[in-house]
Design a protein around this ligand. Structure first.
Ligand SMILES: [Zn+2]
Ligand SMILES: [Zn+2]
Length: 424
């Protein structure tokens, strides 16, 4: 075979599509129920946007982006574009560009879109994966954090996932995080030799990210590192306490995970993940947090915000691993079987008439025998077969075989569509 899909990408075949549609429809319905409106942004943006929003020194920006330069010539400057590696930056760029804050001080957005990252194929991650996400902009009320979390949980429950665990944490704010960072460095200083190479690099630039490292022995390290809760300023401490009491009031169980952190300065306060213990190493299904400095970073006025992202592939894998089945009924078309050349055009006319009436209908295009056409009807999972030959045409009727009961009868040609519509 000469051409294959690029490494780290997948084709979605017709047999897979109903599961995807079900998950996406469940997400859209849940967002609508919570008052979130859909936003669709371009598949690519200025490279600068992601450098600014995601951070120059992150893995995403330094080695995973698909970037091109385009344009040029006499009058035009070449421009650098990047396929979207994540969903928050494009949504916030649009929020600022269209001044959505002026229309509605609390703006709630959702999206369903592919993300592109040049991941190492052996990591099991895809280079094009599909993300559902939401962003709520304009309020720093911890009750909004609880709403964002509740939306994520409601979505996963509606899909059919059970037994998940909500983990929450606070990552403080620029006022209180500096002191915590120093305390963390001091505590880890003697243990640097035992930490991985990445963590040694993170130690100076961004020691909070060390807490995130999956390679370290946290049974040993956890008692040694300070807890950020002891370092939160009053505003951050109150915010986190209110989030917890709101989740309690909503009856949403959670555990606090003190190692749940985010790497960049505009991520503040709430950080959360929904994980499933039944999923092994890749147990995170959905993750998000508050980013009160990001809109300003992208050129808007200071605007608090919070959101989450959730991979569709990850949700489907979780459902598969957990044995979740979707209430997707197979499409049951009717199948038009024609006998002989003289029945061909009347058969096609009948097919077209049924489709115009909104009835799923199929026909054979391979010139096959009646027996083969019947087999094709079976493969198509037909609920009924309509048989049309010279005799039926002369009599103004159609033979109708119910595929469930095997029962066969004749229906007047003029009444077939109405009859089948009433049978659905
Ligand atoms: Zn703080
Ligand atoms: Zn490490």
């Amino acid at each position: 075979m000469k051409y294959r899909s690029p490494r780290g990408t997948q084709d979605l075949l017709p047999e897979d599509a109903p599961r995807w549609r079900y998950v996406e429809a469940t997400f859209r319905k849940t967002c609508a129920d919570f008052g979130y409106g859909e936003i669709r942004t371009p598949m690519f943006e200025s490279t600068d946007l992601f450098v600014r929003a995601v951070g120059e020194h992150t893995d995403i920006v330094s080695k995973e982006m698909y970037s091109v330069t385009a344009g040029g010539g006499e009058t035009e400057e070449r421009e650098a574009f990047t396929l979207r590696p994540e969903g928050t930056a494009p949504a916030l760029r649009a929020y600022v560009q269209h001044n959505l804050a002026a229309k509605e001080p609390l703006t709630r957005l959702f999206y369903v879109a592919p993300n592109f990252r040049h991941e190492r194929p052996q990591s099991g991650r895809l280079r094009q994966h599909h993300q559902t996400g939401i962003e709520a902009l304009g309020s720093d009320d911890p009750a909004l954090d609880a709403e964002v979390i509740a939306l994520g949980l409601t979505y996963l429950h509606r899909v059919g996932i059970r037994g998940e665990q909500l983990q929450v944490n606070s990552v403080g704010c620029p006022q209180c995080r500096g002191a915590y960072r120093d305390a963390l460095r001091a505590a880890l200083k003697e243990h640097l030799a035992s930490l991985c190479g990445n963590c040694n690099r993170r130690y100076e630039a961004n020691p909070l990210r060390i807490l995130d490292c999956k390679l370290e022995d946290w049974d040993r390290l956890t008692p040694l590192v300070p807890d950020i809760l002891d370092w939160l300023c009053e505003g951050c401490a109150t915010h986190f306490a209110t989030l917890r009491s709101t989740l309690d009031a909503l009856g949403i169980p959670y555990v606090r995970n003190p190692r749940l952190v985010r790497g960049l300065d505009y991520y503040v306060r709430t950080s959360f993940e929904i994980v499933h213990p039944g999923l092994g190493a890749q147990s995170t299904v959905l993750g998000g947090g508050r980013y009160d400095g990001l809109v300003e970073e992208l050129g808007g006025s200071p605007t608090p915000g919070i959101g989450f992202g959730c991979g569709i592939e990850r949700v489907l894998l979780a459902c598969e691993a957990l044995g979740v089945t979707f209430p997707i009924g197979p499409l049951r078309p009717v199948f038009v079987v024609t006998l002989g050349e003289s029945a061909r055009l009347p058969g096609l006319a009948l097919l077209h008439e049924l489709r115009q009436a909104g009835i799923a209908a199929q026909v054979d295009y391979l010139g096959r025998s009646m027996k083969s056409q019947m087999r094709a009807a079976n493969r198509a999972n037909a609920r009924a077969v309509l048989i049309l030959g010279e005799n039926e045409i002369q009599a103004g009727v159609v033979g109708l075989k119910d595929m469930a009961t095997g029962e066969q009868r004749q229906v007047a040609r003029s009444e077939v569509a109405a009859f089948l519509a009433s049978e659905r």
